[in-house]
Structure formats: C-alpha cells, structure tokens
Design a protein around this ligand. Structure first.
Ligand code: SF4
Ligand code: SF4
Length: 102
C-alpha cells in the first residue's frame, strides 16, 4: 500500500509516500537523510505484516516542507533526492518539488 506522511496547508501539500509493497526494511534511507526523517519498524498501517518497513518519524511529519527544503533548493535542478537515491527499490516519493526533477 501507499503510506502517506505529511500535511497540507495554504501553500501546498507536503507528503512523503512509502510504497510498502516495495519497501524491504533495509534501512538505507536513514543515514543519508540529514533531517532524520525515516525510521524502520513494524507497519503501523498493517498490524498483520511481520517484516519491518520504513516510515517517516512522527515528530517530523508536520515539518516536512521545511526539513526537506535544503534538499530541494529553489531555482536549482536536483536529479534525485538523497532519500530517493538511497532507496534502490524505489519505495520513496515526494508530493512536492521546488524544482521539477523528473
Ligand atoms: S531505503 Fe527504501 S526499501 Fe530501504 S527501508 Fe528505506 S524506504 Fe524501505
Ligand atoms: S528530501 Fe532530504 S530531508 Fe527530505 S526526507 Fe529526503 S533526504 Fe530527508
């Protein structure tokens, strides 16, 4: 399933989506994120799942617009975000970009 973490406000929608079908719980997204946005643990959306899965740290979910801003500099093209780059299964996506990357 697609697990969405974030919020929307008057300026836009700021969600990180984890595709839990693709996520294998490897933890490779944790170290490259300068804002410690990811954690690995049991699936809060699927109590029957035994395998660990990534989620956005609860305390960071309401601050993503600001936390991710240094990775998404306005006016400068970014090929891939550090978290996306680290996730070889391609489980991480963001709902917003200051500069369109794709
Ligand atoms: S790097 Fe990707 S596959 Fe690994 S735990 Fe993070 S989201 Fe899941
Ligand atoms: S964009 Fe940067 S700060 Fe935001 S989750 Fe990815 S690595 Fe972390």
């Amino acid at each position: 399933m697609l697990a969405n973490y974030g919020y929307k406000d008057g300026s836009g929608e700021y969600f990180i989506t984890i595709d839990t079908e693709k996520c294998n719980g490897c933890g490779a997204c944790i170290e490259p994120c300068p804002e410690h946005c990811f954690q690995i643990g049991s699936d809060e959306n699927d109590p029957l799942r035994d395998e660990p899965v990534a989620a956005v740290v609860p305390g960071q979910r309401q601050k993503l617009k600001y936390l991710c801003m240094p990775c998404k500099p306005a006016g400068r093209a970014v090929n891939k975000l550090p978290c996306e780059e680290a996730c070889t299964p391609g489980a991480i996506s963001h709902s917003w970009y200051h500069v369109l990357q794709r």
